[in-house]
Design a protein around this ligand. Sequence first.
Ligand SMILES: *Cc1c(COP(=O)(O)O)cnc(C)c1O
Length: 434
Amino acid sequence: MSEAYGPGAARAGGGSAAEFAGLAKRAAELDLADPLRAKRTEFLLDDAGQPGAGRPGTGTPVIYLDGNSLGALPAAVPARVADVVAREWGQLRIRSWTESGWWTAPERVGDRIAPLLGAAPGQVVVGDSTSVNVLKAIVAGVRIAQSGAGAARDEVLVDATTFPTDGYVAESAARLTGCALRAVEPHEIAATAGPRTAVALVNHVDYRTGRLHDLPGTTAALHAAGALAVWDLCHSAGALPVGLDVHGVDLAVGCTYKFLNGGPGSPAYLYVRRGLQPRFDSPLPGWNSHAEPFAMSAGYRPADGAARGRVGTPDILSMLALEAALEVWDGVAIEAVRVKSLALSDFFLECVAALPGGSALTPLTPSAHAERGSQVALRCADAEGVMGELIAHGVVGDFRPPDVLRFGVTPLYTSFSDIYRAAGVLGEVLDDRR
Ligand SMILES: *Cc1c(COP(=O)(O)O)cnc(C)c1O
């Protein structure tokens, strides 16, 4: 924990009104000492003086704690998108594929994301959805694992707690490659991997509980077993250091509309470790991944490098909105984001523990920092109804079945005062229901 934020405290059980009120001062102090606080002005939120400020009909600012589902809009994006539409498309038309850099955007934007993932340039390509990139990564990973001495590897492991789409696609990818699919708890993947394992697909952070899984240890164990590691970074990229290169991760995927603020449906990314790129045999070898796409030849010959992960024509409007959104990361160290993220979730847990009605809430968020992503998950009776009331009162988080209230903390724009006020509204909603 950095000195800027000071130590946090988390404990269970209900507190008192006076104890909770005392935390308002702490929130203000934490905000004042926050080295990232100026970043908030680079986003369009409901703060005073910003367009659309306030909840419709009340003027009360909305507290947005759902940036782990859809990141807030960076202020630079609307003008950039307007320019792409009016000038690059409207006036330059087809010339923009070269003159505006549209054709090379998937690799260029990938290189912009790479430092946030701990990846050197040339290994990340942007395009398609996470689901599609999961398919590319698993099939290509199995093909690599089965080459040469690995011919007998016929098993794909999948994180048993995975976000559903990864599990659905992994099942199909296993069938396509003649493998059996085995669902394994993430902390048991290291011990389960064996001579038959080709690939394991693991979520870095559990979308429901916010639990952070052991990427370095699991990757090393998979390698020791001769298998490849595919990580889904949807809930970690932009929230905490990932260290893809340093931990030798083979393949990784992630979306860009959560902590990377790329906007609804912004394209996902695929990381292919440089050393594996020559062996990356895509199940979707579209013309954009051809060595000479404009030769229009009948036979397929893959491009070198990250471009091998491309498929068809990129989604330029979304891709360039994402590129503009990524400017908010200029000058930001992901390590500093992590320090603030942990301080925010610690403070949230501290506020919940101090609420008089706090005993109605059971934190699912791991107390150990080493096991925590960038969200607070609270188990609660009728969580769906409670979240509906929170949203009606201007606190936006989300509900995950069956009984989880989920609040994302996004350090570039979430303040400690947001957390204090959100916890206060949560306390009032619970009081009203009793
Ligand atoms: C958000 C999320 C996805 C989303 O997949 P899309 O294909 O981009 O819709 C996939 N996996 C995980 C773990 C996620 O959190």
